[in-house]
Design a protein around this ligand. Structure first.
Ligand code: C5J
Length: 225
């Protein structure tokens, strides 16, 4: 794997692909499909759909390159012992975390809604991290996995832009990882939060990282079209 440069904001970003991992955040049925956690909170889940094919193109290219691919899932133990009361109390009682929904218990590990959408299903050997919070580093072994593989940069995709993607990028940035968020591979129930969330990452000379897109990545590695 070679070095490459991606077009990005606030400026081009060089990546050593052998030391770069693809981090796909929470592309779960619970957020992307009707009847899950996202819909239970009153959101229009269709807004997240365009991120799936974009993510898939990047995922296939990353696999082809032999890049480390890591998937995360937000969710809780069946007994909800790892869910803070403030989080459990959110939303209408019949639709809260742990309640029975059309895809099983909402945001609970092992339930159908907790699965990653089929288009982006992890392959054997790709680490899948179950996280109880919004950030991918919080109460997971992500940092250990990245260190063991010599990773220094992350290509970040997933949902939602301003919640779990943003939190994870902030955590990664503080730990010294260079993050490149692929804009069209992310999504939000609130288009304005998506736009502003991405601007916040690249603002002030890239205060949290860089923002590029799937086309920029695929072109940089010679995989477009
Ligand atoms: C949310 C996430 N939005 N994955 N989770 O609750 O962004």
């Amino acid at each position: 794997m070679a070095e490459t440069t991606l077009p990005a904001a606030p400026g081009p970003v060089g990546l050593d692909l052998a030391r770069t991992a693809l981090l796909i955040i929470d592309m779960q049925r619970d957020f992307l499909e009707p009847g899950g956690f996202g819909a239970a909170l009153g959101n229009d889940v269709a807004r997240l759909a365009p991120a799936v094919p974009a993510c898939r193109r990047v995922l296939e290219a990353a696999r082809h390159l032999g890049m480390l691919v890591i998937h995360t899932r937000e969710g809780h133990r069946a007994d909800l012992a790892d869910a803070p009361p403030a989080k459990l109390g959110r939303g209408a009682p019949a639709l809260r975390i742990g309640a029975e929904g059309p895809m099983g218990r909402i945001l609970v590990r092992g339930e159908p809604g907790h699965d990653i959408v089929p288009e982006l299903a992890p392959l054997p050997g790709e680490p899948v991290l179950d996280k109880p919070g919004k950030g991918a580093f919080y109460q997971t072994d992500l940092e250990l996995i990245l260190r063991n593989r010599g990773i220094e940069a992350l290509l970040v995709c997933g949902v939602t832009t301003e919640v779990c993607v943003h939190t994870s990028v902030r955590e990664a940035n503080d730990r010294g990882y260079r993050c490149v968020v692929l804009a069209d591979c992310c999504g939000s129930y609130f288009p304005e939060f998506h736009e502003i969330g991405l601007k916040m990452i690249a603002a002030q000379g890239g205060i949290f990282g860089w923002v590029s897109d799937s086309g920029g990545f695929l072109a940089a590695i010679g995989a477009e079209g």
